[in-house]
Design a protein around this ligand. Structure first.
Ligand code: GLY
Length: 383
């Protein structure tokens, strides 16, 4: 992993393979890369939240213009609350105003909210126009910009309205990560750790060795981490685009994490923080089940998450027993429940996980309890 990574990675899918570019020139190269990959494209609806548009909108639109592409930059208010049909409708109106037809593109410049929203807008506009993902957060680079999941939230729940719509290309400018807020950056690292646990013990060991450099955002080390994470994500998407099997492994830590996010009304944790605690809970549940044979997995995972500045433990309030029961009940509602059966992604050893259907509920409860505490401490990330 210490040699420089190639500048392009391809996601191989029948009839819709696409490149993930890591251009040396970063965002400045975006226009030329789009024009080269999609020579018939004439105009772009660029979607960004207002903050990202202020930081990076001009660099991107300058490069589109230089490449001869027309554009309109449409912005929305930052945050998950914008990921709605109402915002999508405003973006479709913007698409209509600029006469975006099937030669046009939607370009998502931003984090996971932007990519999901803009991807959904592209999936529906004129029954599907092409889209380009330009992620600006670590989480979006290593997860949501690759794989084609798009959608919006609604009263029925998060991400329940959506479509699979693969991008035509993804452009990674990892230098953008230097300007990310520390907490949000660290939350993205949780997904990087996930890839090591689910698929690649060597990548996990590399992260242990490079933890300080990852925290310090050493550009070479961050670029390697993003590249390797994308390669693992791409392999899962190629094998199982519509999540009928192995793609579900990407949900390691997420069933526990979603319960934590839901029980705290999505206010306490960033998604990656809940996933970090959720991975500890999943590994503890695997141990309680006798499923995980590797006694070193849990302490190593915990130590790496700690070194990366992530919370490890969920802080409970005045009714710990009630809260733990509520958390367990929430896993029964998780979207990984299929035909009334609960499915958990649990580790067997470092680099290997499996989906376990209807595990013993006492082991799941033990997983929650092992990483929940009434004490406020550094482990909970409380300040
Ligand atoms: N974020 C998990 C997936 O794309 O399948």
């Amino acid at each position: 992993m210490d040699t420089p990574h190639p500048s392009t990675l391809t996601v191989q899918l029948p009839g819709r393979s696409y490149p993930i570019h890591f251009p040396d020139a970063g965002l400045a190269a975006a226009g030329a890369l789009i024009a080269e990959a999609l020579p018939d494209a004439d105009r772009c609806l660029v979607v960004a939240d207002a903050r990202v548009a202020e930081l990076h909108g001009e660099s991107l639109t300058r490069s589109l213009k230089a490449a001869g592409l027309g554009y309109h930059l449409a912005t929305f208010a930052p945050g998950e609350t914008s990921k709605t049909l109402e915002t999508a409708e405003q973006l479709w109106q913007a698409a209509a105003a600029m006469r975006l037809d099937r030669r046009g593109l939607v370009v998502a410049l931003g984090g996971g909210v932007c990519g999901d929203l803009a991807g959904f807008v592209a999936a529906c506009w004129m029954r599907g126009v092409r889209m380009v993902q330009i992620p600006t957060t670590l989480l979006a680079m290593v997860d949501s910009s690759v794989g084609g999941k798009t959608g919006v939230n609604s009263a029925a729940g998060k991400n329940l309205i959506g479509a699979f719509h693969q991008p035509s290309l993804v452009i990674m400018d990892t230098t953008i990560l230097a300007s990310m807020e520390q907490r949000e950056y660290a939350a993205g690292l949780a997904e990087v750790v996930k890839y090591g646990v689910i698929e690649d013990a060597d990548f996990f060991a590399w992260q242990e060795a490079q933890a300080a450099a990852l925290v310090a955002r050493d550009p070479q080390v961050v670029a390697q981490a993003v590249y390797r994470s994308c390669a693992i994500k791409a392999a899962h998407v190629e094998a199982d685009e519509f999540e009928q099997g192995i793609r579900a492994h990407l949900n390691y830590g997420h069933t526990f994490g979603h319960a934590l996010e839901g029980s705290t009304a999505y206010r306490r944790y960033l998604h990656g923080e809940a996933v970090a605690i959720g991975m500890n809970m999943a590994a503890a549940a695997a141990e309680a089940l006798g499923f995980c044979a590797d006694k070193h997995l849990l302490p190593r995972q915990e130590a790496l998450l700690r070194a990366l500045g992530l919370p490890l433990v969920h802080r409970l309030g005045p009714d710990p027993a009630g809260e733990l029961a509520d958390l367990a009940a929430r896993t029964a509602l998780d979207k990984k429940v299929s035909a009334g059966r609960q499915r958990f992604v649990l580790p067997r050893c470092l680099g290997e996980v499996a989906v376990v259907t209807d595990p013993d509920p006492t082991a799941i409860a033990a997983g929650f309890a092992a990483y929940a505490s009434t004490e406020a401490s550094a482990l909970t990330g409380d300040s």
